[in-house]
Design a protein around this ligand. Structure first.
Ligand SMILES: [Zn+2]
Length: 100
């Protein structure tokens, strides 16, 4: 799905609808680009509003990768994927792979 978005076959909005995801831009502490959590079946993506356009987009792709790779189902509900290094690496590698 992310691949379809990167290839311009699907819009970002269509991908968000498919994954039941909402994006919120808000000020987050420096060093936190964003995170994602599932609450009552909705994937809530929070992105640091102080980032540049490019970094916001990169962060959104990263958080979508967590959803697409099912990282949220494998973690404790209260635990944000943000804190799990293994999933962080996997999400980044996945986006890198899609962009190649
Ligand atoms: Zn992450």
């Amino acid at each position: 799905m992310i691949k379809d978005m990167l290839n311009n076959c699907l819009t970002q909005k269509e991908v968000l609808v498919y994954y039941n995801a909402n994006v919120t831009y808000q000020l987050l502490p420096i060093g936190i680009n964003g995170f994602v959590f599932n609450y009552k079946g909705i994937n809530n993506i929070i992105i640091n509003n102080s980032l540049s356009y490019y970094k916001k987009r990169k962060t959104l792709l990263h958080e979508l990768a967590h959803i697409e790779l099912n990282h949220l189902c494998q973690t404790d509900k209260d635990l944000l994927a943000l804190y799990i290094d293994k999933y962080e690496d996997e999400a980044d590698k996945y986006i890198k792979f899609l962009l190649e």
